[in-house]
Design a protein. Structure first.
Length: 446
């Protein structure tokens, strides 16, 4: 351990934060989860990442990698191990203006990316929260406000630079280490530390964005009509329905349809949104033309002692009516979790299921149920309610979305990765990480 520590001090040029340091408490936790790592390492270069990985191996310590730190399961920290915090590797640069090729550091967050690209009239289909990391979101999917027109965040990825478990820097794209490129598009952080991503952005205009709210009593009608409309709506429209929010009334909370129309043409916006407005009694309609970067919102940091428990699932077309009916009934009960249903389909479904490690291409919807409260509540009555809800949903749900799971059990991993996908990921894992150094994720064991 002493030898490994001495080597770290010699080779690592970034910040080394250990217990007792002034900024250790803040550095040791992610946005959602606290930890007690032995070292938090903030690399200043790719060479530093190599040194940090080699140190973790030499010291025999568990390793966590942190980008934005938003993983519900707390993958960006640990107890007694090493955390590689990539926050200093956050440059965003357009490296090829004709191809709209953008190189993004592994520690960047989507708010930074959207702001830089907005100045160029460009965008990348990403998530919906400014402080969410590019790395975590992309490696497991990336469902945001352009998903039906441009696909997942990982569908715009054209290359990456990765530090593997042996400390080597590896380039991967469709023609260089193609199996690894297949694996990182959906396989999470199982294969190394991605120090840089290369995306192909697309030109963007301002977009029509906002929410249209309806009374809770009309939830069943609104949910069914919303899903029916999205099935045939132009791909310029992406929408999410949120309801049963305890902070806005619980069972009496308005049903909020959040929409983004990827166009600055008011006639296009009216054509795709008016059918939603006709679904019920409109309580609020604040849809307006905004820069695409303006659709990303600030993330929530829970106060001390408050935790988040979330589960997610995909819904194929045939199961939509049953799932929407169950969710409407659940949302009307006191103590319901927050329910959010996101439209997918469109560009996502045009890519073959085996083209990337993200395999849920034919899903029409992705939804999540989220409970927020003290640990004692989440471990008791909230979990019991959640288990009951999911027992009803199980026959109609296909798989889980890794970015909306607060646990990482073997059952979770099996839901995220269908058997054939998981087998291929395990084979690639054996080549790049045979000792499973990168286990702090929805782990595919080699």
């Amino acid at each position: 351990m002493t030898s490994a520590h001495d080597t770290l001090l010699r080779d690592f040029r970034g910040d080394i934060i250990e217990p007792g340091a002034v900024d250790y408490e803040a550095a040791s936790r992610t946005v959602l989860v606290s930890g007690t790592p032995a070292y938090v390492l903030r690399p200043a270069s790719t060479a530093d990442v190599q040194a940090a990985v080699r140190f973790a191996v030499a010291a025999g310590l568990p390793l966590a990698v942190r980008g934005g730190g938003h993983a519900f399961a707390g993958f960006g920290t640990n107890d007694g191990g090493v955390v590689i915090d990539l926050r200093h590797l956050a440059d965003v640069a357009v490296v090829d203006a004709e191809r709209h090729l953008v190189r993004i550091g592994g520690g960047a967050v989507w708010g930074q990316v959207a702001a830089v690209l907005s100045e160029r009239g460009l965008a990348i289909s990403s998530g919906d929260t400014k402080s969410v990391g590019v790395g975590g979101l992309t490696l497991s999917g990336g469902i945001g406000w352009k998903v039906r027109k441009y696909g997942l965040a990982l569908d715009s990825l054209v290359g990456a630079e990765i530090v593997t478990a042996d400390g080597d820097v590896v380039r991967t794209d469709v023609s260089t280490n193609p199996d690894l490129f297949w694996a990182i598009r959906g396989g999470g952080g199982n294969f190394g530390v991605v120090t840089a991503f290369e995306f192909e952005a697309h030109p963007t205009t301002d977009v029509f964005y906002g929410k249209i709210s309806f009374p809770a009593a009309e939830s069943a009608t609104v949910l069914k009509g919303w899903a029916d409309h999205l099935r045939a709506a132009p791909e310029e429209l992406t929408a999410t329905v949120e309801f049963a929010n305890p902070f806005t009334g619980g069972p009496q909370a308005p049903v909020e349809v959040h929409v983004a129309v990827d166009s600055d043409d008011p006639e296009v916006a009216a054509r795709v949104l008016d059918p939603i407005r006709r679904l019920g009694t409109v309580l609020l309609d604040d849809v307006a033309l905004v820069p695409y970067a303006g659709t990303l919102v600030d993330g929530m940091t829970p106060p001390p002692g408050i935790e988040i428990m979330t589960r997610s699932g995909f819904v194929d077309t045939d199961s939509v009516p049953e799932v929407m009916q169950i969710l409407a009934e659940v949302g009307a009960i006191e103590g319901s979790p927050v329910i959010a249903v996101r439209s997918v389909g469109g560009a996502v479904s045009r890519i073959p299921a085996d083209a990337t490690a993200y395999a849920h291409r034919q899903a029409e919807l992705m939804f999540a149920t989220t409970a927020i409260g003290p640990k004692a509540v989440l471990d008791g009555p909230a979990r019991q309610r959640m288990d009951g809800i999911w027992a009803r949903l199980a026959p109609h749900v296909n798989g889980s979305y890794a970015n909306f799971l607060s646990s990482a059990t073997d059952t979770d991993v099996a839901a995220v990765y269908p058997a054939a996908t998981r087998e291929r990921l395990a084979e690639i894992k054996r080549r790049y990480d045979p000792a499973n150094l990168f286990a702090g994720n929805h782990n595919v064991r080699p």
